[in-house]
Ligand binder design. Structure first.
Ligand SMILES: N[C@@H](CCC(=O)N[C@@H](CS)C(=O)NCC(=O)O)C(=O)O
Length: 340
């Protein structure tokens, strides 16, 4: 009786320990021995992460997953994509269901400090905006008093919406959905006057409407939405690898290393380039990956700028300008600390 109690107790304990294990377990080793990276992504968000008809994933967030798999496993294809709704995503990191979350997730203090999570960095500076029916005749968000607003559950979007209307002494009625597609459906079928989401999505969402000309994006950006990958707190080795994958991605662009010219760049005499590409440095090995980890990134997905243009910029239907997401050397906020 006593023994079985003990066994049951132990069983419960180990289940709890397993759920909490992420805090101490070596994710880097786990991923290496599994031979696959488990990456949490958006169910379908064009430009960031979306599957095609054949189930092939693409997007800026997906490129981060590929880059990380290339760094750790030497192969960008060794990724298992786990599509997650906004509500599900953070729990999936906490429980260890995924190794990393790359799903247009805003870095906030509460998410970073009270949920057992760590934000890796920022790979897209966004902000919240509004899409309204043209027929409303509204030119500014300040004229939205009394509006009904379609919004996604479990997002910062929902919270900012409440703040913005309260701060401006306006009333609204929220109509809440679980996925982006449902939110757009709600807007299209007149369940609401206004749809609110991260700006990066508004133009893409509008283009999916049967008649995009019937809706306009208002000029106001009402929040800061620094989006970036997320890992569990308490696993510094893994945190380092995820961070320096991101920073190397930025530094590759800054150094002018592209998917095309990397072969030439490996012969460069520039000390920054040599260190970044691991020609004469052991920085990768010290982190537990190959010294050529940045070469693996650029071969897999190109540098950050190439990935940006292909997925959300000039080479994509979204046609988003670099703006704040340009390198710091070009007036933007994208900044990779030095590889040295
Ligand atoms: N960045 C915000 C919002 C993230 C979010 O889920 N945004 C919506 C609209 S931009 C989305 O991804 N929708 C796609 C879907 O869930 O199907 C957050 O981290 O809470």
């Amino acid at each position: 009786m006593k023994a079985s109690h003990w066994v049951i107790g132990f069983g419960v304990l180990s289940a709890v320990a397993m759920a909490a294990a992420p805090a101490s377990a070596g994710t880097l080793e786990t991923v290496k021995s599994r031979g696959q990276l488990v990456c949490g992504v958006n169910t379908s968000l064009p430009g960031f992460s979306a599957p095609d008809e054949k189930g092939k994933w693409s997007g800026l967030d997906v490129d981060y997953c590929k880059a990380l798999a290339a760094v750790v496993l030497g192969d960008p294809a060794k990724v298992k994509y786990v599509p997650l709704t906004a509500k599900e995503r953070l729990t999936a990191v906490q429980t260890g269901e995924i190794d990393v979350l790359a799903r247009n997730t805003t870095w906030t203090m509460s998410r970073d400090t009270s949920l057992g999570l760590n934000f890796v960095g920022v790979d897209y500076y966004d902000g919240q905006g509004f899409l309204v029916k043209k027929a409303l005749g509204v030119k500014s968000a300040k004229e939205l008093n009394g509006a009904s607003v379609c919004v996604l559950a479990g997002t910062t979007t929902e919270l900012n919406l409440a703040d913005y209307f309260r701060a401006n002494g306006m009333k609204y009625q929220s109509v809440v959905f679980d996925t982006g597609d449902q939110t757009l459906q709600g807007f299209n079928s007149d369940r609401c006057d206004v749809l609110t989401s991260d700006q990066s999505q508004l133009y893409g969402l509008r283009s999916k409407l049967p008649d995009p000309g019937k809706a306009v994006v208002l000029p106001e950006v009402i929040s800061k939405e620094p989006l970036g990958p997320v890992v569990r707190q308490g696993d510094d080795a893994w945190f380092n690898v995820t961070r320096w994958t991101l920073f190397a991605w930025f530094n590759l662009e800054e150094a002018g290393v592209t998917g095309k010219n990397v072969g030439e760049m490996l012969k460069s005499t520039n000390p920054d380039v040599k260190r970044l590409l691991g020609v004469d440095s052991d920085l990768g090995a010290k982190m537990g990956v190959g010294n050529d980890f940045a070469v693996a990134i650029v071969k897999a997905v190109g540098n950050y700028g190439e990935s940006f243009e292909r997925n959300v910029g000039k080479g994509s239907p979204l046609q988003i300008a670099r703006g704040q997401n340009a390198l710091w050397t070009k007036g933007g906020l994208i900044y990779g600390p030095p590889v040295r």
